[in-house]
Every structure is written in C-alpha cells, then in structure tokens.
Design a protein around this ligand. Structure first.
Ligand SMILES: [Zn+2]
Length: 150
C-alpha cells in the first residue's frame, strides 16, 4: 500500500476539488476507512466522485455541482453502482456537509497518497507532499483560488 499523508481539515476542500485527487478518509475511533477519487475533467465542469467498493475497485458514486447556493453533492448521476442508502454514500454526504460547514470532528482524518491533487502525479519533495500539490499545479491553483475560491 502507498504511504498516506494527512491533509489538514482546513485544506480538504481545496485538495478534493483540485481536479484529479485521490484521498482516504479514516475514522480513527472506529478504524473505518473509505477511499475516493474526484475528477474534474475540465475547468467549470462538475466534479465526478468515484469510491472504492469492497474489492478495492473504483465505482462511480456521485457528482458535485457548483450552484449559486454553493457546492452541492448529488448521488449517482449515472452509472451509479452504489445505492443511495449505502454506507459509502451516506458517509460522503456526511463528510461533505461537515466539510462545508467547517465542522469535521477531530476523529475524521483525511489522507492523500503522495500524489498531486490536481494532476495525480507522484510528489517527490517534502514541501509538495505536505501541501499535496506539485509546484506547477500549485501555482495554477493559487491563481484559480484567488479568482473563484475553488
Ligand atoms: Zn500536479
């Protein structure tokens, strides 16, 4: 298994929405963990969320839309292979709500795999690993964050 690196709660939104991010969320009390892959194919397109099933294979879970009212998560826009009532969907709904309201509990820990959140290339230097982005992607993202917040 790849090494895992903690993403601070206040950096999670930026990491998840960077464009091509892989991350694992662990409940350190129960030891439950879930792994996600969030892809935004183009600037201004929605974000597509994939999650690993019990066999470790990525399956489509849902979509994040940017609305005037905020970032809205919706289950299984198409080809959904998890059910709406599945633990993984309920968990993502919970995590998304808590993240948006900046109220993630301390026992919920996010990790990345040492890959850039925007391009998913392997990160090599400690500074990049700590922030979760390579230098090129980080400079592009910094401009985007100033303009759009996401
Ligand atoms: Zn990158």
């Amino acid at each position: 298994m790849d090494a895992l690196y903690i993403i601070k709660h206040n950096k999670i939104r930026k990491f998840i929405l960077a464009g091509n991010s892989y991350f694992t969320v662990m409940n350190v009390i129960t030891d439950n963990k879930l792994t996600f892959h969030v892809i935004r194919p183009k600037e201004k397109s929605p974000w597509f969320i994939w999650a690993t099933n019990k066999k470790g294979k990525y399956c489509f879970l849902g979509t994040i839309f940017q609305r005037d009212s905020g970032l809205e998560y919706r289950f299984g826009w198409k080809k959904g292979r998890f059910t709406k009532d599945s633990i993984i969907n309920k968990s993502f709904e919970y995590l998304w709500r808590k993240m948006l309201s900046n109220s993630l509990p301390a026992n919920i820990v996010f990790y990345h795999e040492g890959k850039c959140g925007r391009c998913s290339k392997r990160l090599t230097d400690p500074k990049s690993i700590t922030r979760g982005f390579g230098p090129h992607c980080f400079s592009i993202l910094t401009k985007r964050w100033k303009a759009t917040q996401v």
